[in-house]
Design a protein around this ligand. Structure first.
Ligand SMILES: NC(=O)c1ccc[n+]([C@@H]2O[C@H](COP(=O)([O-])OP(=O)(O)OC[C@H]3O[C@@H](n4cnc5c(N)ncnc54)[C@H](O)[C@@H]3O)[C@@H](O)[C@H]2O)c1
Length: 283
């Protein structure tokens, strides 16, 4: 039986997660803030599905089937019949906590698995606002979700073994992703390694040590990375990069996690990377 999935937030990540779930036979409801944001999510997914057809990963019939399994809503009541809800709104702890409180109530009777795609906020803080924290877990996908095969699974101290197994089965068996398990610490596995690297690259530019282009060329040509750290920060979103750094700095108080002023100024000025048309590069 196809799983009934809910996704809160239809931005870069929520749209990607919803698309992959629909491509794997799930019935998916995406909740966004208003009709304009719903349309933006629909267009984002349609562009991605069309691209998958162009590169031969989907047939036109499979694309149409996947698109037909997606619904876009602005309410929360549509989550009452979901087996699994994945939260993917902006990296803001107060907002995420409010969503967990609301979705926890709406899905209480069904015992829906509640997952957060947070990059850095401890899962315990989101679980603790719900009445049954044993069904809350971190499921951290990677951008672009249709392309990158990893999902980090992050149980909190209160997550049940059954929730862990359901999350693993959904990610690995249903979506065909690779899973790794991390402890409930800000940054989990990947961002604990990646964020200090991105911040170091930004500091190199900030101090005039090297240009944006030279930093990126160095890591692509010298270390065989598929893209340089500044292009990657633009892809992730500079607001998200700064928010993740802030959470990690708040957790560990290590200077290597502190967002450099250049990053903060770019975010304050609306230069968010690819999604705003300008970051370290123009788009
Ligand atoms: N960008 C990445 O590379 C990446 C990778 C892994 C995890 N994440 C995490 O995924 C989450 C989302 O990041 P993103 O890059 O998709 O951000 P984004 O800015 O592209 O999208 C966030 C979306 O959330 C929506 N939103 C805000 N409040 C909402 C609400 N109350 N209800 C429903 N929708 C709401 C916004 O309208 C927006 O469309 C964050 O927690 C981020 O840390 C991001």
């Amino acid at each position: 039986m196809a799983e009934a999935v809910g996704v809160v937030g239809g931005g870069i990540m929520g749209s990607g997660i919803a698309e992959v779930a629909a491509r794997n036979g799930c019935d998916v409801v995406i909740r966004e803030v208003d009709a304009t944001a719903c349309d933006a999510s629909r267009h984002r997914i349609e562009r991605s599905l069309d691209k998958a057809v162009r590169v031969g990963k989907l047939t036109e019939a499979e694309r149409d089937d996947a698109a037909g399994r997606l619904r876009y809503v602005t309410g929360f009541e549509e989550f009452a019949d979901r087996d699994l809800v994945i939260e993917a709104v902006v990296e803001d702890e107060a907002l995420k906590a409010e969503i967990f409180r609301t979705v926890g109530k709406v899905t209480a009777a069904r015992g829906t698995l509640l997952a957060s795609n947070t990059s850095s906020i401890p899962i315990m803080r989101l679980a603790a606002v719900t009445e049954d924290p044993e069904r809350v877990i971190g499921m951290h996908f990677f951008n672009p979700v249709p392309v990158l095969p990893l999902v980090e699974l992050i149980p909190s101290l209160l997550t049940s073994a059954e929730t862990m197994e359901r999350a693993r089965a959904f990610a690995a068996d249903r979506l065909g992703k690779h899973t790794v398990v991390g402890k409930d610490r800000a940054g989990f596995v990947v961002n604990a390694l990646l964020i200090p690297y991105l911040l170091a690259a930004i500091r190199m530019v900030e101090t005039g040590f090297a240009t944006v282009e030279d930093v990126d060329v160095a890591m692509v040509s010298g270390c065989a990375h598929p893209m340089g750290p500044l292009a990657l920060a633009d892809l992730i979103g500079l607001d998200t990069t700064a928010a993740v750094a802030n959470s990690m700095y708040a957790e560990f108080k290590e200077p290597l996690y502190a967002p450099p002023p250049l990053l903060l100024r770019m975010v304050e000025g609306g230069r968010l990377g690819r999604k705003s048309g300008q970051g370290f590069y123009p788009y």
